[in-house]
Design a protein around this ligand. Structure first.
Ligand code: GLN
Ligand code: ZN
Length: 777
């Protein structure tokens, strides 16, 4: 590093939760959308929140004026922020760019949420997290320019309060990798092809940031840690070189800090090392200290500040602080400038364990939410400055918590362990496919193209009210059960009247498809304020899987059997699968995920056995998150698919051949996980298809998929009611591609977020369309 380079702070975090400790931003943004407050008021609340955050971070041990506090605020999403900053707007939104080239908050929200005639940007999962980002659409003619100086203003705003903070933005290579080609672009066009046109906007932004006193800027490049983008490693590496040579050459700029959270940058590390970037982040939680570095890379890294991402931003455990310190220290072999940080932004974890009034104190002592993680970073940073002895007490306390966890009751339960140890491959085998098909068809007597739904019916205000009354003690348990039963009765009657073939109970009793099971299984805890942003203003409250999992008592059996008592048609039992339960919870990290998944699977296996014994002949085990946990690097995928598919099969294989197992997946990229879907060996798989106009059936046909399949014929993501003719067309497409005896007719997903009017109208059309197609078969 040259003398003019300001030194990088010894301790920092890559980002902080933005939604607010009391979800202030969520409430304010939603109030603005509903017109209850103006955008000025929203801006004021957001500025307050940023101020509170900066002050809080100083309180927790970050420096006020050393660039250790990241400016990581967002009104909705960091990828949308970058898109608006560089004016990457699709043509249907061209009018959100004002005459002077700027895009205001109204335009920003329009891109996120759509407008009457214009669909919003598509949303998809952010790396291997449960956060969703908006996918920019870029074409050959996208007119990149600096359209928002919001980040610059935030740095100024901080400065006015006496802070020198570090602006953060998605880096140019990742931004383009995450973008998709706009509609109507020539075959073969890729957003990455526009890198040279995009970079000048980043240059201008760097100059503006330097002008307001930013000493460091953080460019997030997680795109470098994942496979599967539409570019080769060599192309990505070349893009990194091109981008950072150019940005590095800007005369008046802040120092550059490039991060690669969620994994290992692989081939791109050499390019980053060779570039003029001053500081590089390495995720040492998901990745490791690079071992076999070539001499050039080694020499180049020695000139950088290496920022060790050792505090897990992705999970809530207090973790092994001594090991984190050792891992960070080991980077000193590569460079004498080493700092400590989180592995990812803290946006994936809740704010503060102090906000959990009912969690068990012992469990709490094992946890670290965002604020505790900032404190951990501060401790490690102090250790770097003052030596390990200075933080020995903190390291020991963390080690003691780990040791305490090891033998706390519930963490290792011998009955659970013994049952796991006794498992054999046959426990994951359903048995002969032909026998299953014939005995199920005899038992169920369904027409061809059987119709069903994915499980939930609309969660009405009455249902939610009943649940909150129960929580507040204003409704007794029996009263609540009576209300839910009445709801089930209505839903069953409605389905019979509409003419659906396989009936569901509607899931009114579930607050959430994972939390509901977590609340009813041993080994889980549920938080009071543990909100994390899922997308935009939407937050979820993941459960914490801390101990060995087992099922103290049946969970869904009463609800399903009650529904079955009301109708002669088969009722489908409804469970959430082991992989999805793990994916949407914070999971213990002291044993392989596969072992934890098997414990959940065994609990579900017990539930399935009880459902079967109670006369439920069709049981659906939802695995919408199967693809989400897929490792970012291809080389890690086989072992993941092995344990995830194995856990599903363990849950589902305890039944007799006549019991029909369904599964449901919430996405339409069938091709990428076809082997896994086949591996699940479910008798029937329902999957999203309506949104992509049944494109998926070609993949299904090409793969020779030979189990039951229900490609969705009704897009439940919008209130639009599909016409009979539209549904007929989709069913015809499916019938043309896939053997008719395999086909089921169902919506894309559950109906819980829909209103009743559109649901009933849509389901009627689905049933009528099915009748028309059947009549022709
Ligand atoms: N059975 C669940 C429901 O219908 C499935 C939800 C999901 O796939 N996300 O709501
Ligand atoms: Zn779904």
């Amino acid at each position: 590093m040259t003398d003019s380079t300001p030194s990088f702070p010894t301790g920092t975090i890559l980002g902080y939760p933005r939604i607010g400790r009391r979800r202030e931003l969520k409430h304010a943004v939603e109030a603005a959308w509903a017109g209850r407050i103006g955008l000025d008021e929203l801006e004021r609340i957001a500025a307050d929140l940023r101020r509170t955050t900066r002050e809080r971070l100083v309180q927790l041990g970050l420096g006020r004026d050393d660039s250790s506090i990241p400016e990581s605020f967002s009104f909705y999403d960091q990828v949308l922020d970058a898109a608006v900053t560089v004016a990457a707007v699709p043509t249907r939104f061209a009018d959100v760019v004002a005459a002077d080239g700027s895009i205001d908050l109204t335009g920003y929200f329009a891109l996120a949420r759509g407008r009457a005639e214009d669909a919003p940007l598509e949303m998809t999962k952010w790396f291997d997290s449960n956060y969703h980002y908006l996918v920019p659409e870029i074409g050959a003619a996208t007119d990149f320019h600096l359209a928002s100086d919001r980040l610059v203003r935030e740095v100024e705003e901080a400065r006015a309060d006496g802070f020198v903070t570090r602006p953060t933005i998605v880096g140019p290579v990742t931004f383009l990798l995450l973008s998709k080609a706009a509609d109507g672009e020539a075959e073969g066009f890729r957003p990455l092809d526009r890198l040279a046109d995009l970079l000048p906007v980043y240059v201008e932004l760097l100059e503006r940031l330097a002008a307001v006193g930013a000493q460091w800027v953080q460019l997030d490049e997680p795109g470098l840690v994942a496979d599967g983008f539409d570019a080769t490693d060599a192309e990505i590496t070349a893009a990194v070189t091109q981008a950072y040579e150019l940005l590095g050459a800007v005369a008046a700029r802040p120092s550059l800090f490039v991060t690669t959270p969620y994994g290992e940058p692989g081939a791109a590390l050499g390019a980053l090392a060779a570039s003029p970037v001053e500081a590089l982040h390495l995720d040492l939680v998901r990745g490791s200290v690079p071992a076999d570095l070539d001499d050039d890379t080694r020499r180049a890294l020695a000139t950088k500040t290496l920022v060790a991402g050792v505090i897990d931003g992705h999970n809530v455990w207090r973790g092994d602080l001594a090991a984190a310190f050792a891992a960070a220290s080991s980077l000193r072999e590569l460079s004498e400038h080493v700092s400590v940080s989180t592995s990812t932004s803290l946006l994936h974890v809740p704010h503060d364990t102090a906000d959990e009034p009912v969690l068990d104190a012992r469990l709490l002592s094992w946890l670290a939410f965002a604020d505790q993680k900032v404190e951990q970073v501060a401790v490690l940073a102090r250790g770097f400055v003052q030596g390990r002895d200075a933080i020995a007490a903190e390291l020991d306390a963390a080690s003691a918590a780990l040791a305490d966890k090891l033998d706390a009751p519930g963490v290792r339960v011998s009955a659970v362990r013994e049952r796991q140890a006794a498992l054999s491959p046959i426990d994951r085998e359903r048995g002969d496919e032909d026998e299953r098909v014939s005995s199920q068809s005899a038992a169920l007597g369904l027409p061809s193209l059987p119709t069903t739904t994915i499980g939930s019916f609309p969660q009405t205000a009455d249902i939610r009210r009943a649940r909150s009354c129960l929580l507040r003690g204003e409704l007794s348990h029996d009263e609540y059960v009576a209300l839910m039963r009445a709801e089930i009765g209505r839903v069953v009657e409605l389905q019979e009247e509409i003419g659906l073939d396989v009936i569901v109970h509607g899931e009114p009793e579930r607050n959430d498809m994972v939390q509901y099971f977590a609340e009813n299984l041993d080994g889980f805890a549920v938080t009071t304020n543990g909100w994390v942003q899922s997308y935009g203003s939407r937050c979820t409250r993941p459960s914490i899987l801390w101990g060995d999992v087992s099922r103290p008592a049946p969970i869904t059996v009463d609800w399903s059997t009650y529904a079955q008592s009301l109708t002669p048609k088969p009722v489908k039992g409804m469970l959430t699968g082991p992989v999805t339960i793990l994916a949407w919870s914070f999971v213990r990290d002291d044993q392989p995920l596969g072992e934890t998944a098997d414990q959940v699977a065994l609990a579900l296996r017990d539930e399935i056995a009880d459902l079967e014994a109670a006369g439920i002949g069709v049981i659906q085990v939802d695995e919408p998150a199967l693809r989400e946990l897929l490792p970012l690097r291809e080389r890690n995928r086989p072992s993941y698919l092995d344990w995830s598919v194995g856990a599903f099969r363990l849950a589902a294989s305890g039944v007799v051949p006549a019991t029909q197992i369904h599964t449901h997946l919430c996405y339409s990229e069938f091709g990428t996980v076809i082997d896994a879907i086949r591996g699940l060996d479910a008798d029937v798989t329902s999957i999203e298809a309506a949104r992509s106009r049944m494109e998926i059936v070609d993949d299904i046909a090409a793969n020779g998929f030979d189990h039951g399949i229900g490609p969705g014929v009704y897009d439940i993501h919008s209130p639009r009611v599909p016409s009979v003719a539209e549904v007929v067309e989709l069913i015809d497409r499916a019938v043309a591609a896939v053997p008719e005896k395999l086909l089921w007719i169902n919506p894309d997903c559950g109906l819980k977020t829909r209103g009743y009017d559109e649901t009933v109208a849509s389901l009627r059309n689905v049933v009528e369309a099915t009748r028309q197609v059947r009549a022709r078969l």
